[in-house]
Design a protein around this ligand. Structure first.
Ligand code: GTR
Length: 333
């Protein structure tokens, strides 16, 4: 009887212990916990969920993904930290947020690095993209595996105060930027004041006036509701920063080679699937912003030049260590 009652207790204890970690095993089943700051339906969330469905189908339900969207598990910094310690398995974050952990990625965080989003896509799909994913995986301190990239379009400025028609209008305005010193420097170089904070705080900061504005791509601006308080959107497209899906190395190392190969395969597919969803979402976001009466301010090529020249100190400070890589990125046609 002791033996009979003992067994389930061990099973429950084990299941409970593992459920607290980023992976839950119920008998053979492995459920990978995933985190995203965006809500259900957002391209990155949908792509990772779809990846989970494919894993389930390919393994007869043995391997699955449980997605926790809408910052349920915290902001991006927290998600990265949880993946590092194995409290969650997958974190879909911006390369902007991961740069402070994996220095190699900061090359993508240089303002105006890519000519346009098509250029960025070519780079992440090709050998440079592959190389940087490997650098994530091989970073001895990070405890992460780089699985795939995702599109996040181009980031532009928005604010609650006034239309920004020229770069001079930025003077003295406080703009929220992602938690990476490069972006604080970038905003300061543009003449504003960069305030680094987590994505989870942006809406409140805009609403309460802690900041005058922020910067992001159209889907984040609109579908995370920032557009309801920030009524001016100036299309500077100063950053084209891809997203990245990383996995906890602790959890990765516990999987079989076959399971790892499946995850890699479906992650690569997710990279391309997200792109299609992204393009639709971006158009829908712009249409929604317009319909809501947001003032959309185009930026002429000449004006863009002024922004490009202004960020030169950021390039002087962060660019030299990436000199070779930058040349290779610029050479991608
Ligand atoms: C979004 C991105 C998020 C997050 C956010 C931010 O575009 O999808 O992952 O990084 O920007 O500004 O923090």
């Amino acid at each position: 009887m002791t033996a009979r009652t003992g067994l389930p207790t061990v099973g429950i204890a084990l299941a409970a212990a593992l459920a607290c970690a980023g992976v839950a095993h119920a008998q053979q089943k492995i459920v990978l916990k995933a985190s995203d700051v965006h809500a259900a339906g957002y391209p990155t969330v949908a792509a990772v969920e779809n990846m989970g469905k494919k894993l389930e189908a390919a393994t007869g339900g043995r391997l699955a993904i449980a997605m926790f969207p809408s910052m349920q598990l915290g902001g991006e910094k927290e998600s990265i930290e949880q993946a590092q310690v194995g409290a969650i398995a997958l974190a879909r974050v911006s390369v902007g947020a991961l740069g402070p952990v994996i220095e190699d990625l900061n090359v993508f965080n240089l303002p105006f690095l890519f000519r346009n989003t098509a250029h960025m896509e070519k780079v992440i799909d090709g050998p440079i993209g592959q190389e940087l994913l490997e650098r994530v995986t091989n970073n001895p301190k990070a405890g992460l595996v780089g699985l795939c990239w995702m599109d996040a379009g181009a980031r532009s400025l928005y604010d609650t105060k006034k239309p920004i028609r020229t770069i001079a209008d930025l003077k003295g305005m406080k703009f929220r930027v992602m938690g990476n010193p490069m972006f604080v420097d970038m905003m300061n170089a543009l003449g504003g004041n960069g305030v680094a904070m987590g994505y989870d705080q942006v809406f409140n900061a805009l609403q309460t006036g802690v900041v005058d504005g922020a910067e992001n791509n159209p889907p984040s601006f609109v579908f995370d509701n920032h557009y309801t308080v920030a009524k001016y959107y100036t299309l500077t497209e100063h950053l084209i920063v891809p997203e990245i899906l990383v996995m906890s190395k602790k959890i990765w190392d516990g999987l079989s080679k076959d399971d790892q190969a499946l995850i890699r395969k479906f992650a690569r597919e997710a990279q391309l699937e997200e792109r299609k969803l992204w393009n639709e979402y971006e158009q829908a976001a712009m249409a929604k912003a317009k319909a809501a009466g947001v003032t959309i301010i185009p930026v002429s090529d000449a004006d863009k030049k002024a922004y490009q020249e202004a960020v030169k100190p950021v390039w002087d400070r962060y660019g030299p260590k990436f000199a070779d890589l930058i040349k290779r990125i610029q050479a991608v046609e």
